[in-house]
Design a protein around this ligand. Structure first.
Ligand code: HEC
Length: 127
């Protein structure tokens, strides 16, 4: 009788552990800190391309060079890459957008995507 009770209580404990391990904290998107100053292409955008591994494929793939010092010229070489009239349609924003439909090899973080978009909205300057 005592044995049975022990088994039963350890079963209850076990079930409790299983259920409690299934609880999870609701996912909260990290807060995006918006820039307070105009975005610098050299200081803030180019480093994203190297930190996200974009430059590994894009010194050349799709005829796009995202490496530091070359990225601006390469982005401007084709109109669809940066579209200041319709910033969200710009390939440099949409291709690697984490919320986008394009399943690109590497994606921006939500914050990086926002910065790329703001850079385009600010006129896509070579600054
Ligand atoms: C594993 C290789 C790989 C990585 C990493 C990669 N890309 Fe690409 N990218 C490609 C290929 C292949 C294409 C051409 C096919 C396509 O458009 O999806 C392409 C196309 C693009 C284009 C469209 C160029 C055009 O003019 O048509 C953009 C913009 C782009 N990538 C941006 C990025 C960015 C930004 C990153 C990093 C966040 C990145 N890519 C990471 C392989 C890669």
């Amino acid at each position: 009788m005592i044995m049975k009770r022990k088994i039963l209580s350890s079963m209850i404990l076990g079930a409790g552990l299983i259920f409690s391990s299934c609880t999870y904290d609701a996912y909260e998107a990290p807060e995006i800190i918006l820039p307070t100053e105009p975005i610098s292409f050299v200081g803030q955008i180019e480093p994203i391309f190297s930190s996200k591994g974009c430059t590994g494929c894009h010194p050349s793939l799709a005829n796009l060079d995202l490496s530091a010092g070359n990225a601006y010229e390469s982005l401007m070489a084709k109109a669809s890459r940066v579209d200041t009239l319709n910033p969200e349609a710009s390939l440099i924003y949409s291709k690697a957008n984490p919320d986008g439909v394009d399943s690109h090899s590497s994606k921006y973080t939500p914050e990086q995507a926002k910065y790329v978009l703001i850079w385009i909205e600010e006129g896509a300057k070579n600054n």
